[in-house]
Design a protein around this ligand. Sequence first.
Ligand SMILES: [Zn+2]
Ligand SMILES: [Zn+2]
Length: 174
Amino acid sequence: MKLDLSFLLDKENETTDVSVSCDVTSVSIGGTSYRKSSDEPFTLTFYNDEGKKLYVSGSTKVSFISPCDRCLEEVEIEIPVKISEEFFISNDIITCDEEEGVICIEENSLDVDCLVVNEILVNWPAKVLCKEDCKGICPVCGKNRNIEECDCDTSVMDPRMQQFQDVFKDFKEV
Ligand SMILES: [Zn+2]
Ligand SMILES: [Zn+2]
């Protein structure tokens, strides 16, 4: 959602709470699109510091659906969002530090989704697992090994094992 912040300009040294929501339906990370599964309205707290700076803070959680990195089963992941930004006020115009990265404010209108998505990207997990000990998919027969055990010989697929066998072979040739 977009939020017009003009009404905060004459609230010098006042704290103002505004209820907001994140309206994105998905995020795109590394070329993959992840569907949002849930989010809740949350509060952004603004503080107009002597008509010169505007601080905004707030926190929420947004959940997305992602495949497990090992077995590809869909998992819901909850991403914590903590917003803490500082804007500048000059001649009734609110701006952000353009060198600080993404610009989420234009003509005193704050793009709440932009703020939230930035935090989601920062906090996105490096690894998504359905459970800590997910057994993954068998590289030989393609079965989900969490559901069904298989008798495939996967030892050749293990590069460490491969190395070991090579060493053994060299040994025999001597
Ligand atoms: Zn898994
Ligand atoms: Zn198998």
